[in-house]
Write a protein that binds this ligand. Structure first.
Ligand SMILES: NC(=O)c1ccc[n+]([C@@H]2O[C@H](COP(=O)([O-])OP(=O)(O)OC[C@H]3O[C@@H](n4cnc5c(N)ncnc54)[C@H](O)[C@@H]3O)[C@@H](O)[C@H]2O)c1
Length: 508
């Protein structure tokens, strides 16, 4: 990519002297126009459908009235903002704009045709942005006379509320153009994160395992959607994967997965799920049609009543970040279990019953290899402040009283035992490890930096932490061991470990 010193007009002028045009007055275009007008720009709004721009301005007026009613905007300010918005009837009317944001239908050809037309119309100091969520910025810029001035400006829905903007670089994008878009996003009250144009950019790529691992567990009959949602919510996620897919819509979620899968030439890492395909095929598209995994909105689980027994024989076994998470949580719950640091496993032991912290092997495999029948595997307790449930899987010959004892231990720690079929990686462990792995590969491949990956996931999809936050919390050895075990169990490239994580272990 070549660099030259461009004087982008939008970076140099006061908003009132920096006209912005938004093309496409749908859900996203209206939101972007509102945000630009609130930041002080005169805004022209253009849509192919007659009356759509006027209707969008009407919608913006209602949204601003909502802010006035809540006392967040003066009535006079509402009028000022609305006065900045004007519908346009043709692309030729946008020649004065110093920034044009393309927000039309998600198809390559119409976007390319529009961008070429704009490129021919606008002076060299005007920037062009696209809000595409899945099309390559490099491909969109193909055919433009000045491809270096096209930057992805990926907003999230609903635009006025969501803070994240992915600033996406195509192969030809100038650093100064991306820097100018970053600066505009900040002035518009957003948090920009830079991304190289690759399938899914940052958020839609790193988020894939959140859905994929749960869909895999469902395909393997591990548990019900409600149980898996509960396990992931207890790890700090605002919504479980199944309820979230129901909210997004299975058609949309499936399409995004398919597009990332195909754009990666069929990489198994991103393979869509038969479970979701069946939902789409059967019309169970989620909340918008009243049925998906759930019929309507799922009911909240009753709060857990923590146990109060003393458990004098309880021993905390092993060492490492996950054991320390357990130790900290036991202490908060008024328990002081004995410690046995020297051990070849990690977890809790009570009267011969071993609860192994998940390392990617099933309870059956561990019981068989260790010749110890009274054994279960427990999930990663990453967010004890949100304690509610913790996944557990029993080895085949654990007796009924021992199962009850295991439940009692978890209850004493504040968790309902969420019993899963004995599948390697349980729910939270495999999901977090794969999220960390995907974030690590994105950084390894230069898509974004570590801070950008964390910010994008926290602001774009409201995750409680980003992949590198979790990596710092859990340590690379635990994540890599788990992924290697899944790779072995499934013999699938899907669980291949990112070179970045291996390097982390080697201290490189
Ligand atoms: N909906 C989301 O959650 C979301 C999030 C991020 C990005 N995006 C992206 O934003 C873009 C728009 O999405 P949306 O959800 O607002 O879609 P939408 O269907 O609500 O709006 C698209 C609008 O563009 C208009 N249009 C189509 N072709 C046009 C043309 N050649 N010239 C002028 N107007 C034209 C349509 O009439 C329609 O009003 C897409 O690229 C989409 O991938 C959507």
């Amino acid at each position: 990519m070549s660099e030259e010193n461009k004087g982008w007009a939008i970076a140099q002028r006061e908003p009132a002297q920096a006209p912005v045009a938004v093309i496409g007055a749908g859900v996203m275009g209206a939101g972007i126009a509102q945000v630009a007008a609130q930041a002080g720009h005169p805004v022209q709004l253009l849509d192919l459908r007659p009356g759509a721009a006027e209707a969008a301005i009407g919608q913006i007026g209602k949204a601003l009235q909502g802010l006035v009613d809540k006392g967040r905007l003066e009535a006079a300010q509402r009028e000022t903002v609305l006065a900045r918005l004007r519908p346009a009837a043709a692309v030729s009317e946008l020649a004065d704009a110093v920034l044009v944001v393309e927000v039309i239908v998600e198809k390559l050809e119409p976007k390319q045709a529009l961008l070429r037309e704009l490129d021919g119309l606008l002076p060299p100091e005007a920037l062009i942005a696209s809000n595409t969520s899945s099309i390559s910025i490099t491909a969109l810029a193909n055919g433009m006379q000045r491809p270096e001035r096209l930057v992805g400006m990926h907003f999230f829905n609903p635009v006025p509320l969501m803070k994240l903007v992915e600033v996406v670089w195509g192969a030809e994008t100038l650093a100064s153009a991306a820097a100018a878009v970053e600066q505009i996003a900040r002035r518009w009250g957003k948090t920009p994160v830079h991304a190289k144009s690759t399938p899914g950019f940052i958020v839609n790529r790193i988020a894939r395992p959140y859905y994929a691992e749960t869909l895999q567990l469902l395909q393997e009959q591990a548990a019900t959607p409600a149980l898996l949602d509960r396990a992931l919510r207890a790890a700090g996620f605002r919504m479980g994967p199944c309820e979230l897919m129901d909210l997004i819509g299975h058609d949309t979620n499936y399409l995004v997965t398919q597009s990332v899968f195909e754009a990666n030439f069929g990489d198994k890492r991103y393979q869509p799920s038969l479970v979701q395909k069946a939902l789409v095929d059967g019309g169970r598209l989620g909340r918008k049609v009243g049925k998906g995994f759930y019929d309507g909105v799922p009911a909240a689980a009753a709060p857990v009543e923590p146990g109060t027994e003393e458990l004098p024989g309880l021993v905390l076994v092993g060492q490492g970040p996950l054991v320390e998470l357990l130790a900290g949580w036991a202490q908060q719950r008024g328990l002081a279990p004995r410690r046995r640091i020297e051990a070849d496993w990690c977890g809790l032991e009570l009267d011969g019953l071993q609860l192994h912290l998940c390392r990617g092997r099933s309870a059956a495999q561990l019981a068989h290899e260790r010749k110890h029948e009274a054994l279960a595997v427990i999930d990663w307790p990453v967010a004890p402040e949100r304690a509610d449930g913790l996944a557990i899987a029993f080895a085949p010959r654990v007796s009924a009283p021992q199962r009850e004892q295991a439940r009692a231990v978890l209850r004493r720690l504040g968790w309902e035992a969420l019993v899963l079929r004995d599948i390697p990686g349980l729910a939270v462990a495999r999901t977090l490890a794969m999220l960390v792995n995907e974030g690590a590969d994105a950084v390894w491949q230069g898509v974004c930096d570590e801070a950008g990956a964390d910010t994008a996931m926290k602001l774009g999809v409201n995750y409680p932490a980003g992949p590198f936050d979790w990596l710092a919390q859990l340590g690379a050895p635990a994540v890599v061991e788990l992924l290697d075990a899944l790779f072995e169990a499934y013999r699938s490239e899907r669980y291949r470990v990112s070179p970045l994580l291996r390097q982390r272990i080697w201290g490189a």
